[in-house]
Ligand binder design. Sequence first.
Ligand code: HEC
Ligand code: HEC
Ligand code: HEC
Ligand code: HEC
Ligand code: HEC
Ligand code: HEC
Length: 442
Amino acid sequence: MNSFLSRTSYWVLALFLALAGSASAQNATTAATVTKQGVTPGGTAGAAPATAAGGGDAAEIAAGDALFKSNCTQCHAVNEKVVGPALSGITKRRPISWIIPWVKNSAKVVASGDDYAVKLFNENGKQQMPSFGLSDKEITSIMAWITSQEGQATAATGGPTAGNAATADGQDAGAAGGAGAGAGKYADILLIVLVVVLIVLVVTLVIIANLMKDVLGGRKDLDGRDIEILEQRFDWAGLYKSPVLRGIVGVVAALALLYAGVQSVMAVGLTQGYQPTQPIAFSHKLHAGVNNINCAYCHTSVYKAKSANIPSANICMNCHSQIKTESPEIKKIYRAIERKQPIQWVRVHNLPDLAYFNHSQHTQVGGIQCQTCHGPIQNMEVVYQYSPLTMGWCINCHRETPLNTKGNAYYDNLVKLHDKSNNAVPFTVSSNGGTECSKCHY
Ligand code: HEC
Ligand code: HEC
Ligand code: HEC
Ligand code: HEC
Ligand code: HEC
Ligand code: HEC
């Protein structure tokens, strides 16, 4: 009996470990894929793989899904505004004959004086959407994918469903710089179910064991050895001393340590999500969001120079010599000026010295929105590091982003050469050498 019980408990334990292991491995892989695609605020994370729901055929939708993920997710989601508008319902708002030229070259559509385009452009703070070297068919497939997501969108926003929770979570995770998406949640649920099943299993085994004991105890034909075994109490101390159990505990502990070690090694230099407390409770949400102050009003050099400067106290005084003069937080600005000492803001983003990053190249020349790299700053009370700022992050974007070459004579010849040799592939930053080591390393 004793050995039967302890043997089953080993099996149960082993089974449990195996299941827990596979569940967490699954968790880890989903997290990894999500990070690879770049965490976009909310959006597609909760959505299930495309099914042929919206009429178009599955292959077309799948192609559209892939194209959308590699070209559009930085700025668009189906159901919410990211940098550009939510694209849900776009095929009802606009005919495909408008959408195709728009995606190919939105600036041209705006310049043509198209009422809708001009209004859209102005409503979005005159941000120019980059041009895409996609074919008509590719753009149609993206639209088919968007349409297929719309049905799921209503399901997700329609009520207190799991889909709803998953989207909200996706957003939180994005905000925390993490990457747990809908899929990660399923792994968690699976794990909980497994644990419950195992507990039920163990309880059942104990009940069976007790029943057998009772039944056997009633029998008269047992010999001395059987009775001895029967009357033996379950030997916890023996289990504790058992070399097998000690072995298992040892192995588990070693694996846990190894896992923690690998995690911390992988995370060296990775400061995504970093959100230090600042000396003055300055809120981007209040200034850039509610009061809609332009980023460059304070970060004056961001379109002109390598570095986006942090505003000096004088810039604050343009307003705060009048506004909220009695606030203790604002008095800290006055004190800094009286003492002729700069406010000691804590730096959030910091690349290592070996890497070269230039803001004007990206914001002015490349036309990339601040939010693409810094996230929804206009909603942040306290700024945090939204993107991983790893080399892989820089390079992925360079591989995927078409160069904003329109109206830039410098690129005319290069584009012509590229199109001649390699018509199908869009002219991306990396086609122009943006993945060469020396571009980013001194
Ligand atoms: C760098 C950001 C960015 C990327 C990448 C981007 N867009 Fe846009 N998109 C915008 C902005 C901003 C607008 C709003 C119009 C404007 O300001 O020019 C917009 C508008 C649109 C509109 C019109 C929306 C409406 O409500 O009428 C469509 C359609 C569209 N984009 C499709 C796409 C597709 C398809 C892709 C991928 C191939 C894409 N966009 C990639 C930024 C982007
Ligand atoms: C009223 C002035 C003001 C405006 C407007 C403003 N910022 Fe800032 N920003 C600051 C100050 C002050 C800091 C330093 C304190 C902090 O980190 O909160 C800062 C910090 C930052 C940082 C972190 C810098 C670091 O330490 O790495 C980023 C990124 C940033 N701002 C982006 C933006 C973007 C994007 C916008 C527009 C949507 C914007 N800011 C609008 C004043 C401003
Ligand atoms: C363009 C005008 C403008 C500039 C520049 C500006 N602010 Fe403000 N600030 C405001 C407004 C408007 C409010 C909101 C006042 C209110 O709530 O009534 C505000 C509120 C604040 C508050 C909250 C005060 C409180 O107690 O509620 C702080 C702190 C603050 N600003 C700090 C700064 C700092 C630091 C700078 C410089 C980096 C700065 N502001 C630059 C307009 C500005
Ligand atoms: C292509 C990605 C990208 C875009 C677009 C971008 N930034 Fe940055 N930003 C970075 C990186 C990377 C750093 C860290 C730079 C470093 O440590 O040298 C940074 C740092 C900053 C800082 C800290 C000061 C500095 O220069 O190190 C501020 C402030 C800032 N960004 C504001 C902005 C604003 C405002 C915009 C939009 C006008 C913007 N950024 C657009 C990637 C970007
Ligand atoms: C969101 C997309 C995006 C991210 C993220 C990004 N870049 Fe870029 N980068 C661009 C685009 C687009 C251009 C091309 C601008 C142009 O010249 O038209 C560019 C150009 C450059 C160039 C000039 C390349 C050349 O051929 O001259 C350098 C250097 C560069 N990036 C460095 C970086 C570094 C370092 C990082 C990471 C810290 C980074 N970039 C992250 C989009 C990005
Ligand atoms: C688009 C910009 C970009 C390009 C191109 C690029 N790097 Fe990097 N690299 C970075 C950034 C940013 C970092 C720092 C971020 C980090 O440590 O993850 C970095 C870090 C490194 C590091 C230090 C790694 C560490 O963990 O400290 C090495 C080594 C390196 N790069 C080698 C290369 C080589 C070799 C190439 C050419 C094949 C290359 N890089 C091309 C942006 C780039």
